[in-house]
Design a protein around this ligand. Structure first.
Ligand SMILES: [Zn+2]
Length: 324
């Protein structure tokens, strides 16, 4: 362990020891405090012996960030005790609940637009981003995918959620909102972290402005056929100065916009990927369905296609249909 970190942790332990001694003097009947004090003393002893920060089970180093968060940690992640595993699981379950609360209302209907979505993290939390925000009689729809998976990706997803929610309602044009979000996202994410995103603003008469920032093609289906909106710009978080160009489309009653993350397009069976072409063909064939039915039918088709081969990616699907 680096000297600076070692002295920081030693200081942390000594500070805890002082506080515990005071607390024990005031509440000698509290056996929990005495137990903690013994743990802190034992950690200081390990520090003096030079065995501090070494996993008691495998004798490898304990993860640095975990020690900094809790200087009493004695096992590496691979060798947590049963109760430590349970505590970690509780944290993840809570994070999962927090993330689910960030999702938009199910079956939301705004003006002539009816919507449905399916959000399926591969673990407890997802790096996929899905939101529907009503704004002055119009509907802002967003579907994105943050690089990576798990907790780190889910934190960035939550950040995107907060950024779009705070900027919507400020009466800015959509391309301006995307430009601001890109800038904030660039400044706060680590190098190599970015998010692909499709976002659009659906108006009361079927007019839709849509941006595709490096995401899978957005699919529009209806009586007139199927159209793909390919990426019109780079993912968010890659370059500070990026222009985001919009595509304007006019949807007729009964037309549907179908968005998905690569958890869907890259779902695989033993030989190949499900793929954008297959999604487009399927969604076009089923274009008469309501959004919820369309998504359910598509998920059924993917399940049949993958034939039991497990997925290792988060999957999110969002559909909006002009119903009037
Ligand atoms: Zn270990």
């Amino acid at each position: 362990m680096a000297t600076l970190e070692a002295s920081f942790l030693q200081g942390q332990l000594e500070e805890r020891k002082r506080r515990l001694e005071v607390a024990v003097a005031y509440a000698p009947q509290n056996s929990g405090l005495a137990g903690l004090l013994r743990e802190v003393d034992a950690a200081l002893d390990r520090m003096a012996e030079g065995t501090y920060g070494i996993c008691l089970e495998c004798h490898e180093s304990v993860e640095r960030d975990r020690l900094l968060a809790d200087p009493l940690v004695r096992y590496c992640l691979d060798h947590l005790t049963k109760s430590q595993r349970a505590a970690l699981q509780r944290d993840l379950d809570l994070a999962s609940q927090v993330q689910r609360n960030l999702l938009p209302q199910k079956g939301l209907r705004v003006g002539c637009w009816e919507t449905s979505y399916h959000f399926a993290p591969v673990g407890a939390v997802s790096g996929d981003y899905c939101d529907l925000i009503p704004s002055d009689g119009r509907l802002l729809f967003l579907l994105g995918d943050v690089s990576g998976k798990g907790v780190a990706a889910s934190m960035l997803m939550a950040q995107l959620h907060a950024l779009f929610r705070s900027l919507t309602g400020m009466s800015l044009p959509l391309h301006q909102i995307v430009t601001y979000v890109n800038r904030f996202f660039c400044e706060s994410s680590l190098a190599g972290q970015y998010a692909t995103l499709v976002c659009g603003l659906a108006g009361p008469n079927g007019e839709v402005e849509i941006h595709n920032a490096g995401h899978c093609p957005a699919i529009i289906v209806g009586r007139a056929g199927a159209t793909c909106i390919e990426p019109t710009g780079l993912p968010l978080g890659m370059f500070l100065e990026t222009e985001f160009a919009a595509t304007a489309v006019q949807l007729e009653t009964g037309d549907t916009i179908f968005l998905y993350t690569d958890g869907l397009s890259e779902a695989s069976n033993e030989t190949c990927e499900y793929g954008v072409e297959r999604i487009t063909t399927f969604v076009h064939q089923q274009a008469a369905r309501q959004p919820a039915e369309l998504i359910a039918a598509c998920l059924d088709d993917v399940r049949t296609f993958t034939n039991g081969v497990p997925s290792f990616d988060d999957m999110t699907v969002l559909a909006l249909r002009r119903c009037g």
